[in-house]
Design a protein around this ligand. Structure first.
Ligand code: SAH
Length: 255
């Protein structure tokens, strides 16, 4: 039976060092080998001086997970880096899945270190759009069939969730976001507030407040998170806010 004694799966937050947790820094410090997607390794360069680094390209998640598992099995202290939170469309689940699928039984000591996910970062920059029930939907159909994504958009729209979209658009994948807007317009008004956040807490950060009707007039890429308001969400001072429901309980103006 194999044994893994030291494998950290670390969410490093959306980009800036200030938004990485102390625990994430400590996990990286304690590790001998850092495994990650090249762009994310670049974001944490100050913390990994003198350490062995295995950096691979995008879509190489399986390769990274395999390398990390094998190194950890050999007794190395390994930290796998994910952007945002490692358990939100990140590396944590993949590593568990791969270990669970191996024929050989491996006894593991994995520690997942939580991080600030893109949805939290985007929400803070936009004001307070997630104050009531919300869901996240990834528009990438690489791992989830489009029919299923479409069904989730429809049902989330019908249930009036605030909807955060991850992976909204890439150079080759432009139809899903158009289709998403089309579906949402069947349930919500053209004036529904929408926030588009690009490169949150990284260089070239951009925060746009727009509407469901106008959202496609703005550029978006693979480092963009979009938050679509519910029917209650309102614009205020170039921010978007979803009421929690206090107005039904207390008078907010008589204070
Ligand atoms: N584990 C990550 C998500 C990985 S999926 C997390 O918890 O945040 C990759 C998607 O995350 C991107 O397509 C984009 O939608 C979003 N994202 C990641 N970093 C971002 C950032 N700094 N600004 C805006 N969106 C970001």
């Amino acid at each position: 039976m194999g044994t893994i004694r030291h494998l950290f799966i670390v969410g490093i937050g959306p980009g800036s060092a200030e938004l990485m947790t102390k625990q994430a820094q400590l996990a990286i410090e304690k590790s001998e080998v850092i495994v990650g997607y090249r762009t994310y390794i670049d974001l944490i360069l100050p913390y990994i001086q003198g350490k062995e680094v295995v950096a691979t390209g995008m879509t190489k998640e399986i390769e990274r997970a395999e390398i990390a598992i094998d190194l950890a099995k050999k007794g190395k202290k390994v930290a796998v880096i994910s952007s945002g939170d490692a358990g939100v469309y990140g590396m944590a689940g993949l590593i568990y899945e791969m270990i669970a699928a191996r024929e050989e039984k491996i006894s593991v000591q994995i520690e997942v270190i939580p991080g600030i996910s893109a949805v939290n970062a985007a929400a803070a920059l936009l004001g307070a759009p997630l104050m009531n029930d919300y869901c996240t939907i990834s528009l990438s159909d690489l791992l989830t069939p489009w029919e299923q994504i479409e069904k989730r958009i429809r049902l989330a729209a019908d249930a009036d969730f605030v909807i955060a979209l991850y992976n909204p658009k890439s150079k080759k994948r432009i139809l899903p976001i158009q289709k998403t807007q089309e579906i949402l317009l069947q349930y919500r008004s053209v004036d529904t507030p929408v926030g588009i956040v690009k490169n949150a807490y990284r260089d070239d950060q951009e925060v746009i407040v727009t509407t469901l009707g106008e959202m496609l007039h703005h550029e978006m890429n693979m480092v963009t998170t979009i938050i679509i308001g519910s029917s209650d969400t309102f614009k205020f001072d170039q921010k978007i806010v979803t009421p929690r429901g206090y107005q039904n309980k207390y008078s907010l103006t008589e204070r």
